[in-house]
Design a protein around this ligand. Sequence first.
Ligand code: C2O
Ligand code: CU
Ligand code: CU
Length: 471
Amino acid sequence: MTPQADASKETGSLLMTRNGFLKTAAASAVALGAGGGASLLGPSAARAARPPTTTITSPLFIPQATSPASLTLAEAPAVADIGAGYSQVWAYNASFPGPTLVARRGDPATIRLVNGLQQETITHWHGMIVDYANDGAGFYTIPPGGTYDYSFTIDQRACLNFYHPHPDKLTGEQVNLGLAGAFIVRDDVEAGLGLPSGAREVPLLIRDAKLDSAGNLVYQTKTGGFDGDIPLVNGTRNPYHVVDGGVYRFRVVNGANARIFGLTLSDSRPFTLIGNDGGFLETQQELTRIDIAPGERLDLLVSFAGISPGEWVTLRDARSGWDLLLILVIAAGTGTVPTLALPPIAKLSNPVTTRTFSFDGMSKINGKSFDPNRIDFRVPFGTTELWRFVTGRNAPHPVHVHGASFQVQARTGGRGTVFPWEGGWKDTVLLEDRETVDALIRFDGFRGRYVIHCHKLEHEDMGMMSAFEVY
Ligand code: C2O
Ligand code: CU
Ligand code: CU
């Protein structure tokens, strides 16, 4: 994937330096008879609901796509262009976010992690079904200067995963300062669907951030969860991305420490949801708003057909009111989202055991804080269980399980429903105050030790995590 390179071919002079964009876009709007000057939104822009509330200045960064075979990933301090300024960050291979790992089912991942930080670390491949030694879940870490060699075979459905550090008590800081990336798994089923690819497949890692007076990312812990002042998409502040009028595929990761995003498009344009954490859903759904919690992923198709060149659509967060990404249409195009023959999903059923996990306060599950040396429960391999997640308050608690995906069955209390984006295979599900969420789960990948935890990273770091063993 090299969308930026392709985009620059299509747009010619429109895609200039980050600082040059506004002027050029304004000139382009004039050329199109759309007005110009102070407002880019001229009379012809009837389909755009309103101008963006933020100053859009920087092209969306698209991390380089890389194979996970024979890969070295170094976690280290770096300086990143976050759009209209540079920030000190902690980054994988000096890329913020890290390179997008792309592999096919059956491919090997052989990754050497190098710790260039001044503190211990380990990296976890959130959503990958791997064994204990490759899961990087915080039972073990490497010291500054240390290395860790991962080696596993990718064997799961096509999906979008999320890699990030996972050292006990240090995850929130390391992720917040920039260590995170996307991990795309492909398979033959996906290839048969003919989905938008190349520049038409766009990874979007969405998070919030705080900057200090020098413009550097800062991490300030709060027990209620990190609460940033600005959004970053792929590490870019106030980003724009140019598209033509066709159909695009957006691969969305909520990479925030604690923030939930309520995604909408300006002009109420629908997203077609085709997948989530564990790959494709059985049935595509048109939605105008999707809520996504930390650690969750979405696979979305959007058609920009019928939008005139020079007009745009804005990806927004309905919760904060933030504009996340301005999508500028630079060529008229056609194409509607097709009806896809998405693959069936084998339904889990007939659980033999029910386990209840109470997310207590901000640091405990079932009354206990995490201890990597204590196994809280043991799960038989290959057996379907019903896991019930409950909480009274201090939510949101995005509940995440390592080692297997699950199927959400029901939500009672609180929001009282299972949302369309919670179908299929999930590994993270949002638990709000006074909710009970039931999920069926079966560990049929590997035996060994895993964790279940709150993916609000401040809660995780305070101990809202429990170790278990699949035997
Ligand atoms: Cu994304 Cu256990 O984490
Ligand atoms: Cu995980
Ligand atoms: Cu929590």
